[in-house]
Design a protein around this ligand. Structure first.
Ligand code: GTP
Ligand code: MG
Length: 317
């Protein structure tokens, strides 16, 4: 089933960003380096359109360095796009971010025209942590759960440099099914909004094709690449002692283990998509969505025609 998570506070945040953006000089869009394409919010792209934007591939310490380099090359080739990779432990590159903001908005600075920077991105991607690194103190609340920040917060880095921390937002309809799964695997989706077994099977499907050696090393499995996703989940449960009622594997527990080991990088540094793969998923998702829309329009038209046919004799009588 497709994953969708758009609780009320995200709707309010969307409206708040639309208001705030008028008085913002630079937007920092935080992406998850393990899923740069899937973590780019198309709704934010619309809201922040026209503002100088810096893309930050965050949590690079968890991602596959080779794929991070691929994504940075991809962004470097796009017009008017700047991107850097970062993780929370790097204080010096965080300072480079401040320099990049000044380059993107050279006319801002000083008490009369303070620099106003909006940090936005999906839930749990590390927005508040980055703000704390930049400000050198725990100014913003953080936590390893989607939806920690609930209200916009302004933090002054200097008397003439403001940062706005925003609650993480997803978008009302995730049309790329694979993105929904990758977002859930990364921890961006509330824990009650997805089925762990379904997400773990999708995750294992990618891992067995792209990172079989890591699966083999972590779970001491032989021939992981040749197993089906279901066999793999079961084997992981068995190896880790997730059993119920005798020798039966507790698949829910096995799914939680697989997701946890991915999130914590216990499996190793992994990236779930390349620019080319994401482009293919996006194109397929858009085609499906267009077909869905055509079907929906046809049903709506049919409903209107029927309604008119029923309404006509009545209005005469
Ligand atoms: N490994 C790693 N973990 C990080 C990094 N940045 C943040 N985290 C962790 O990710 C979790 C979420 O961080 P937050 O800063 O609260 O994320 P947020 O984007 O503000 O989340 P919301 O407010 O829920 O939207 C925390 O457990 C952080 O410690 C990073 O670069 N690397
Ligand atoms: Mg936050």
């Amino acid at each position: 089933m497709a994953i969708q998570w758009f609780p009320g506070h995200m709707h309010l945040t969307q409206q708040a960003i639309a208001q705030r953006i008028k008085a913002i000089d630079v937007v920092i869009e935080l992406l998850d380096a393990r899923l740069p394409g899937s973590s780019a919010n198309p709704m934010l792209a619309k809201l922040t359109h026209g503002k100088p934007t810096l893309k930050v591939l965050n949590k690079q310490d968890l991602a596959d360095p080779e794929k991070t380099a691929q994504w940075l090359r991809h962004y470097a080739a796009l017009p008017q796009t700047r991107a850097i990779a970062l993780d929370a432990s790097m204080a010096a590159p965080a300072r480079a971010l401040i320099a990049a903001c000044h380059e993107l908005a050279p006319l801002r600075g000083g008490m009369v025209k303070p620099m106003r920077v909006l940090i936005c991105g999906i839930p749990n991607v590390g927005k508040s942590t980055l703000i704390n690194t930049l400000s050198g103190k725990r100014a913003a609340k953080t936590g390893d759960e989607a939806g920690v920040t609930k209200l916009e917060q302004r933090i002054a880095l200097a008397p003439d440099f403001y940062l706005y921390d925003t609650p993480g937002v997803l978008w009302p309809r995730i049309i790329v099914a694979k993105s929904g799964y990758n977002l859930a695997a990364s921890g961006a989706v509330g824990r009650n909004a997805f089925d762990e077994q379904e997400v773990a099977l999708e995750l294992l499907d990618y891992l067995r094709r792209h990172y079989p050696a890591l699966l083999q090393a972590r779970f001491k499995l032989e021939g992981a690449a040749a197993m089906s996703d279901e066999q793999l989940l079961e084997a992981i449960g068995r190896k880790r002692g997730a059993l119920q009622g005798g020798q039966k594997v507790n698949l829910q527990k096995a799914a939680e283990i697989a997701i946890f080991d991915f999130r914590s990088a216990a499996l190793g540094r992994i990236t779930l998509e390349t620019p080319e793969e994401f482009a293919q998923w996006l194109a397929a998702g858009q085609t499906l969505d267009a077909q869905r829309q055509v079907k929906k329009d046809a049903i709506e038209l049919d409903r209107k025609i029927r309604f008119k046919q029923i309404a006509r004799p009545c209005s005469r009588g």
